[in-house]
Design a protein. Structure first.
Length: 231
């Protein structure tokens, strides 16, 4: 009996040892699986974070560029308005002077040159400040093909409301198409700014030339004694 009990105890201890060993092996295998899953999850999270960071960088680039374009457009409009006001005052004053002089004489030559320069400069400033609308009708097919500009009111207001909403939905589902339209909008804004600043450059050059020419003529006529006294 004692021998049998001893053998049973030994067998029981062996079974317990084997069970504990199997349990430890299962725990180790589970730990390895957990570590692998964690590593995969971390790798996936890193890729997702990198992709989101790249997307945020692109969005920041578009946002900053848009803000710069808008600021430059406002600056151009302010310069044009200032030039319009100055030229308007000069023309009004010169017309009053010519009306007071009455008789035609050499003393009117600087006034005529100044009025002419101010008129040309005023015309270019007004053209630079005038509102611009992009021509052409845009369709849903053009939006999907990337050939239309859905982000400019001068074009998307030609679309029916339902078609405009479908176009917006198409843009929201395709990030590449959305970035394409943002890039086209930036390009068109750059074209508009280039035209404005070219016209403003001409307006300021003509204004300066008119002022310089009128001043030079005034000095030359004064030295020559061509001015007549005003009664």
């Amino acid at each position: 009996m004692l021998a049998l009990r001893g053998e049973a105890a030994v067998l029981s201890a062996d079974h317990k040892g084997q069970a504990m060993s199997e349990q430890s092996s299962l725990q180790a295998a589970g730990s390895i699986v957990d570590v692998e899953d964690l590593a995969k999850k971390q790798k996936k999270d890193k890729k997702k974070a990198k992709k989101n960071e790249r997307g945020r960088g692109v969005e920041t680039m578009y946002r900053v560029t848009y803000q710069n374009h808008i600021a430059l457009s406002q600056l151009a409009d302010n310069k044009a308005n200032m030039l319009i006001s100055i030229n308007g005052v000069i023309i009004s004053v010169m017309i009053a002077i010519v009306t007071r002089l009455g008789a035609v004489s050499w003393s009117l030559l600087p006034v005529v040159v100044l009025i002419g320069g101010s008129l040309v400069s005023l015309a270019f400033a007004v053209i630079a400040a005038r509102p611009r609308l992009g021509g052409g009708r845009v369709t849903l097919e053009q939006v999907r093909n990337g050939t239309g500009n859905l982000l400019f009111f001068g074009q998307f207001t030609t679309m029916p409301l339902q078609e405009f909403e479908e176009s917006l939905e198409a843009l929201s589902k395709d990030r590449k198409l959305l970035y394409h339209h943002l890039g086209r909008q930036l390009y068109h804004m750059g074209e508009s700014l280039t035209g404005k600043y070219r016209l403003l450059q001409i307006a300021y050059m003509v204004f300066f030339a008119g002022m310089a020419g009128a001043t030079a003529l005034f000095v030359a006529l004064y030295v020559a004694g061509r001015f007549t006294s005003v009664p």
